[in-house]
Design a protein around this ligand. Structure first.
Ligand code: ZN
Length: 80
């Protein structure tokens, strides 16, 4: 039984550090509940978030000063 082994010799030094997720300081660090990260560019006025998520966070903090809400509740159906 043969196991073809693919070894790329390029960027070997970089690969050694490849374990940790790439954290780009110029990108939004917002992470969704399914572990996906926002791909927007980081907003200048916020250390870690893009404009969109920065505003999102601000609104959350403003409307809820003791905001320790990990996720927003599902929208209640309109009762008409
Ligand atoms: Zn974002």
């Amino acid at each position: 039984m043969k196991m073809p082994k693919k070894v790329s010799t390029t960027n070997n030094n970089q690969e050694a550090l490849g374990q940790a997720p790439l954290l780009n300081p110029n990108r939004c660090q917002f992470e969704t509940s399914d572990g996906r990260r926002c791909r927007m560019l980081r907003h200048n006025g916020h250390p870690t978030l893009c404009l969109f998520h920065a505003r999102d966070e601000m609104q959350l903090l403003e409307s809820n000063p003791s905001a320790s809400v990990p996720r927003s509740p599902p929208p209640s159906p309109a009762s008409s």
